[in-house]
Design a protein around this ligand. Structure first.
Ligand code: SAH
Length: 265
């Protein structure tokens, strides 16, 4: 039997009070009705960045497609989110190069090819057309990946442990007015139980093990994508699919993410 990835949980709570009105048995996520993600809102054109950002961004998207990203949903998301609004003004000229960039407090924004790859993995083949339901991101950083997730998912919860970056992401995302992208300040190692179960969980920071809370908060039929420490001291991208029979782990290519840390600062 093949598992269907969950669409949008039909009983999602209101964003104002995500824990409210939920009682009794939760329906199996794979039985829930999928809905298409909301249409992307037109984003304002950049002002004063000294470049034609639409053209530069479409060249980035072309390179992503040449590099093997086949999901149209992901390519459209990468085309619509203006990465140069998420980096410091001194780095704007590098915003559409395939490079990671510093975002302050010793953290980095992942390079576009990694953001696209992880988003495509999270979507998987089954959800590429209908979009994902509710997703959780661990490590908001500057908010760029959260904005990309907001293009392919119905509801996004993104959690950051560094207050300075949480505030920065708020400032970066405010003009986009993405009411379905919720930024949280806290320790993402605990996940965010109030929003569970998630159709997808994506971690932007890597530890030596996947916290139990993440697997517990994943819906049956859901998928987790995260960097994890490997035996040679590096990191590999890990995909965990939660099936009704248990967790299926797949180890993919080597990656290089900032460390997953506990607590807040
Ligand atoms: N997705 C981000 C990438 C940020 S880098 C972006 O688009 O900018 C990874 C982030 O994970 C860092 O900001 C780091 O502070 C955060 N992080 C590390 N451990 C964490 C934890 N336990 N909970 C929440 N955030 C964490």
């Amino acid at each position: 039997m093949t598992e269907r990835r969950p669409g949008f949980p039909s009983w999602i709570a209101s964003s104002a009070n995500p824990g409210a009105s939920r009682s009794g048995a939760k329906p199996a996520a794979r039985n829930l009705v999928g809905q298409a993600p909301r249409a992307p809102m037109p984003l304002p054109m950049p002002i004063g960045v000294g470049m034609d950002s639409v053209a530069v961004r479409s060249r980035m998207v072309q390179r992503l497609a040449q590099g093997g990203v086949t999901s149209q949903a992901v390519l459209q998301a990468m085309a619509s989110v203006e990465r140069h609004h998420f980096v410091d003004s001194a780095l704007v000229n590098q915003a559409y190069e395939d490079t990671s960039l510093p975002i302050g407090l010793g953290q980095t924004i992942s390079k576009p090819s990694v953001v696209a790859r992880m988003t495509a993995l999270l979507l998987g083949a089954e959800c590429a057309r209908a979009g994902l339901g509710r997703v959780l991101e661990i490590g908001t950083g500057c908010g760029y990946q959260a904005a990309v997730l907001g293009r392919v998912a119905q509801e996004v919860y993104s959690i950051e442990r560094l207050r300075g970056l949480h505030e920065k992401a708020r400032t970066n995302l405010r003009p986009l007015r993405l009411a379905h992208v919720h930024l949280l300040f806290g320790d993402g190692m605990l996940g965010y139980a109030q929003g569970a179960p998630y159709a997808g969980i994506l971690a932007a920071a890597g530890g030596d093990a996947i916290p139990d809370a993440w697997c517990e908060q994943l819906a049956v039929g859901g998928r987790l994508v995260a960097p994890m420490g490997n035996a040679t001291g590096g990191q590999s991208l890990l995909v965990i699919d939660k099936t009704s029979y248990g967790l299926k782990r797949t180890v993919l290519e080597a990656v290089n993410f900032v460390p997953l840390k506990s607590g807040i600062a």
